[in-house]
Ligand binder design. Sequence first.
Ligand code: COA
Length: 182
Amino acid sequence: MFPITAERPADAAQIETLLDLTFGSDRAKKTVYRLREGVAHLRPLAFVVREQDIRASGGRLLGSIRYWPVGLGEAQSPAIMLGPVAVHPDYQGQGIGRALIRHSLYAATRLGHRICILVGDKPYYEPFGFTSAADRGLEMPGWVERERFQVMELLPGALDGVAGMVGKPLRSASPRGRRRAA
Ligand SMILES: CC(C)(COP(=O)(O)OP(=O)(O)OC[C@H]1O[C@@H](n2cnc3c(N)ncnc32)[C@H](O)[C@@H]1OP(=O)(O)O)[C@@H](O)C(=O)NCCC(=O)NCCS
């Protein structure tokens, strides 16, 4: 059992190291990074897993998940983009990734987020309820393999009438009390 805790500002350096280790140091070339540039990740949806016995290890970071706000289509309908999610190679396959995803999607739903997109391996994300985003009329800037681009409604019907290109968010990232962009 690996406890999940909220990411702290002090975790940032260890998270960068973990992401370099799991995705490679050229990860910033990926299309999703264009959508993250200049946009802060959603703090209430950022979680980590640490080694349990901090006396033995100094509390090594074992896993991390973050989300970014995005806008969908011409109306830039608010949505969240899952990722990156990463688990230290020594600890992969022990359920940490799934636990981080379930925990954060539950938090996102409770906070009132309505739509979640991601670019990732279909077989891994399908069991959570993600389906083809292209089939729902969504598009991703740059070149992304169609089957890796996925979407899930956190609120049933949230995708009704929503289609088009994913972009940076125009409105407040907060799901409640949103104001229209000027
Ligand atoms: C992908 C990742 C986050 C999964 O975390 P994890 O803690 O290792 O995964 P879990 O223990 O929760 O789940 C393991 C299961 O997922 C499967 N799985 C892991 N990565 C997968 C992938 N990319 N595609 C399909 N299935 C995958 C495993 O085969 C295993 O299946 P099983 O339960 O049937 O044996 C982790 O392996 C990782 O950090 N990988 C490198 C970074 C990365 O690719 N992240 C994004 C994935 S798109």
